[in-house]
Design a protein around this ligand. Sequence first.
Ligand SMILES: [Zn+2]
Length: 410
Amino acid sequence: MRMAEPGNTDRNKQLNRSLVLNIIHKNGPITKAEISKELELTFATIGNITSELIETGAIKVTGYGQSNGGRKPALYEINWENNYVIALDVGVTKISAAIVNLKAEIHARCDVEMENSQYDLTFIERVFKAIDQLLSRTDLSHLKIIGIGVSAPGPIDEESGKLLSLPNLQEGRNVTIKQQLEQRYGLMTVLEKDANAAALAEQWFSNMQMKENILYIFADQGIGGGLIIDTRIYRGFHNGAGEIGHMSIDVDGPRCNCGNFGCLEAMASGISVIKQVKKEIRRGASSSLAEIYLQDEKQLTLDLIIQHGKNGDPLVKNVLDQTGRYLGIGVANAINFFAPSQVIFGGQMIDLYPEIVKIAERTAKPRFFSDAASRINFTNSSFGFDASLIGAAAIIQQKLFDKPENTIIK
Ligand SMILES: [Zn+2]
């Protein structure tokens, strides 16, 4: 761990504050003497910082340790229930806003659908509507809100806080969402790609053991990826990392939305499942969905298709098996390059059909190059449909522990 010398400069003070907060998170309940020993900082420095953190409500005393003759020393812990985040998840079909505490517990939530009746509102007006409704339903008098975390499908510019484009919205180009939310609500706002946010949620809030290096596969209508390397989000040059959906799986495969052919997204996403089922029905495949397709093909949603697959429809089962195999091949490629300790699957496809992870795992394992890779854990997301919403809260949580002065200490 990086140590800062005790000193008077602001930078040292900020770094020390972050170190103390992190050690209390990691080892709490903990005494000042133990923090001082662990960080090799003087008892006086730790005393100043813990007093300040108590005053701001970031930590609290939760008991007393063994006395060495004098007074019993106080034990410090993070004050998880005292601090809240506004989490905002921009999805393809809806915007979700929630008030979440630092243990990822949702205190209140509000969803605004992207349906036709909303089209008189601009995108940012819909975002404001979701948050305003959320705040109007919540008694804020005893809650301390420390920031707004926003998760959204890419591409984004994380640094300037802009959504570079939005799915299904013509107006959604270069939306300065961070700036507009900060202006309206006066709270620090941080933007992150949804798959990265979902990966961060697992890192902060799940009970998994090995979560320093996570590959998060967001298998939804499209396919996204999130990467955590040594506990930090890895974004790559201009936020370009993690686009596992555009890894080539079959050079002669179907055309992808990105213009290339045979991308993982074109072969194993929710949209590709719908396309394949329709195509096979047109070709005359026998399926319990054929009648519905002929009446109104719009009714063939991913949800309905997967329901029929679970009820034993042979066409759907074949398509889902094949989809799971393609996912497994994509994941095996990523694992051979990056060797994460955990591969976590989330998104609508996984929520509706969790068994697909087993198929992907069976396909991926024989393709691992390193023997150690067979010990990599494949798991489903701990947060189901709310993975990227909880991820939005995790973004602010990480900010708090990195730079408490931007969130909790104003
Ligand atoms: Zn593509």
